[in-house]
Write a protein that binds this ligand. Structure first.
Ligand SMILES: [Mn+2]
Length: 345
């Protein structure tokens, strides 16, 4: 048995090494703490999301003015992040930023490959929008990720507001209520795992743009028939004349109306009957001044729908369908031309 004696030099070297390692560990811990602190405090600095506005009007300078020729409204169905396809559609309609106003019918984002690109395009081109269920879900996930209050998505009542370039102003609201359907994991029907990578890519200007999209956008009297037109993502319930009193949850998600009286909605495509058939029939029974033509998306299972009082433009681009635009042009004083333009995806 032998005992190895340490020289005073090797003892000192060990002390130095120990101090060095201890210092490294402390430095590492401090860095980790610092990153946590930055994470927490940067989240706390993010302002709350703007609550959903129920009804907004397209501002006068963006609504077709019957005295100005060549102005156009380009109403675009569900894009779902299909950026190159959107650019191809804009080429096909010969989009002119000076004369044309674009309206997106919701579900601009998720599923496709470049949702951020779509929102950037919308911002750069002062496009208008309505909120789709996918924008709604992204709001919730964004709020959850940034420790914000859950967006007050379903206000029971809000007065009409005006929008300027995608931003509604002077929105007044009564106190709000939560989602009508119990949220899964605190989120209304969102797919957290699928959508979190997109949420992380969104900068504040993107989420502010999406938050500015109202549930219902009143487009004004844009047809030669002099009928008021509105844009929504899902649909409208035929038995409620007042747009302000339409149920916002339905407006964003409606696909069907259910028996016995067909006055309540469902998200399931073939639950009862399609909302738009009943809507179309009921408009004929209304006085002309109470009729609405509805442009909507959301129901790819029914595909393109061209009825007198409702036009469905979700043609499932993200699954190899088409991307659709309904283009309304003032051809000469108080004359309108309407045309469906599609591209293959
Ligand atoms: Mn949808």
């Amino acid at each position: 048995m032998s005992i190895e004696l340490q020289s005073p030099e090797s003892h000192k070297r060990r002390k130095v090494a120990f101090c060095f390692i201890a210092g490294l560990v402390s430095f590492f811990s401090l860095t980790v703490c610092l990153f946590h602190a930055i994470d927490v405090y940067s989240h706390e600095r993010v302002p709350q999301l703007r609550p959903l506005s129920r009804v907004a009007n397209l501002p006068h300078n963006s609504t077709l003015d019957p005295s100005h020729t060549d102005q156009r409204l380009i109403i675009v169905g569900d894009v779902h992040g299909m950026y190159n396809e959107l650019l191809r559609l804009m080429d096909e309609v010969k989009y002119n930023k000076e004369l044309d106003t674009i309206v997106f019918l919701g579900d601009m984002i998720t599923k496709g490959y470049d949702s951020v690109g779509i929102v950037d395009f919308a911002i750069e081109n002062n496009a208008f929008c309505v909120r789709g269920n996918h924008e709604d879900e992204i709001m919730s996930i964004y709020a959850s990720y940034h420790n914000l209050d859950m967006p007050k998505t379903y206000p029971p009542f809000a007065s009409a507001s005006r929008m300027t370039a995608g931003t509604p102003v002077s929105v007044s609201m009564e106190p709000t209520e939560g989602p009508r359907v119990p949220p899964k994991n605190g989120l209304p029907n969102g797919n957290y795992d699928r959508d979190l990578p997109l949420v992380k890519q969104l900068e504040r200007r993107h989420i502010d743009y999406l938050a500015s999209c109202p549930a219902i956008l009143d487009l004004g009297k844009i047809s030669k028939r002099g009928i008021e037109a509105v844009a929504v993502h899902g649909g409208l319930l035929w038995d409620e004349l007042d747009l302000e009193k339409q149920d916002v949850y339905d407006v964003i998600r409606l696909r069907s109306i259910v028996p016995p009286d067909y006055s309540s909605g469902s998200e399931i495509p073939d639950d009862g009957i399609p909302w738009f058939g009943k809507w179309n029939d009921e408009q004929m029974k209304r006085k002309k001044e109470n009729r609405f033509e509805v442009f909507y998306g959301h129901d790819a299972s029914k595909g393109l729908q061209m009825h007198r009082y409702c036009k469905g433009l979700d043609t499932r681009c993200q699954r190899g369908g088409k991307l659709s635009a309904y283009v309304v042009t003032v051809t000469h004083a108080a004359h309108y031309h309407e045309e469906l333009i599609q591209i293959d995806c």
